[in-house]
Design a protein around this ligand. Structure first.
Ligand SMILES: C[S@@+](CC[C@H](N)C(=O)[O-])C[C@H]1O[C@@H](n2cnc3c(N)ncnc32)[C@H](O)[C@@H]1O
Length: 307
């Protein structure tokens, strides 16, 4: 999180240095950002029936034509987001930190890269994203998946912002998209969405580890979701945020340390009904989006097999 103001905590993601923005007139501070990416080779191949069209010509012969995106090497995800705090939106939240989801964070692009690199995990899957923010990662997952349930806490403008972003990118997305609230502090929001969640087998979340109390609730939410059939595998992308502290007299990553502590907690939960496989994922996957892929970005896999 790049900038902090002494009087009022404001946070801005580093990602916008790599995207191109244009202000949306009359929108109280929103910008439309372009996130360019390179298509993975398997999406530009002739073998993918998704991008082939078969037609019968006037003579009754079968003609196979290519849809426009065949051989297209580059694509763009268009995202409406709020990069800077706007006075006009003050009424929506007590602090700007509450609205961090209204911009794209580096973890979202890191997780998007992981998705594009692993079609075997995401293709035709029913996916749930927690704390999705503006929805970029889910939109990328929607290029491969059967269904994506995009969720965040219903705060500020976020759920309608996700709706608008899904609509903006509908040419890219082949999956069914559902936009819902899941609040880590209120598990009634899970029950309310039980129909949409009943066949989810892949869960994902990016950049949700920045406040220990929220991390506690995040893990309780994971436990709750993963205790229900079908078996689920989750991918958590995060950035170790280092700070120098006087107490430690060194640079530490306290939120990441707390995350590791909660991982140990999760491994011990519901052992009579769940086999846990929890491990860090190697990050040697290809980069398709433009951002600084620092060595502080990490990915964890949490798999729950119900006994
Ligand atoms: C740093 S942002 C990350 C957003 C997005 N995943 C990304 O990487 O760009 C943290 C996200 O956590 C969400 N969040 C905060 N409190 C939450 C809660 N109680 N329940 C669910 N999500 C919450 C925020 O709305 C925000 O979308």
């Amino acid at each position: 999180m790049a900038s902090e103001d002494a009087e009022e905590l404001t946070v801005t993601s580093e990602v916008h240095h790599f995207s191109k923005e244009e202000v949306i007139e009359g929108s109280a501070g929103a910008v439309l950002s372009r996130f360019d990416f390179v298509y993975p080779a398997y999406m530009t191949s002739c073998e993918d029936s998704q991008i082939m069209k078969a037609v019968v010509d006037a003579d009754g012969d079968l003609q196979v034509t290519r849809k426009n995106n065949l051989h297209k090497k580059e694509g763009v995800v268009l995202i409406e987001q709020y990069l800077f705090f706007s006075k006009e939106r003050e009424h929506q939240s007590a602090t700007t930190l509450d609205l961090v989801g209204e911009q794209v964070w580096r973890g979202a692009l890191f997780l998007a890269d992981f998705i594009l690199h692993h079609p075997e995990i995401f293709k035709n899957a029913n996916i749930l994203e927690l704390a999705s923010g503006v929805g970029l990662t889910s939109i990328v997952a929607g290029m491969l998946a059967k269904k994506v349930v995009i969720t965040d806490v219903d705060r500020g403008d976020i759920l309608s912002l996700i709706d608008r972003n899904a609509e903006r990118n509908k040419e890219l997305v082949k999956a069914e998209i559902l936009v819902r609230e899941i609040d880590f502090y209120d598990h009634a929001t899970i029950e309310e969405n039980s129909e949409a969640l009943k066949d989810v087998s892949v869960i994902m979340a990016a950049d949700t580890i920045y406040h220990n109390q929220l991390t506690d609730q995040f893990f309780k939410t994971i436990l709750r979701l993963m205790s229900e059939p079908p078996n689920k595998t989750m991918y958590v992308a995060l950035e170790k945020r280092f700070v120098f502290t006087i107490e430690d007299m060194e640079t530490v990553a306290p939120c990441y340390d707390y995350f590791l502590d909660r991982i140990d907690w999760l491994r011990c939960q519901n052992l009579s009904t769940i086999n846990w496989v929890i491990e860090e994922v190697p990050i040697n996957f290809k980069q398709y989006f433009m951002y600084e892929k620092t060595r502080h970005l990490v990915m964890w896999k949490i798999a729950a097999e119900l006994k």
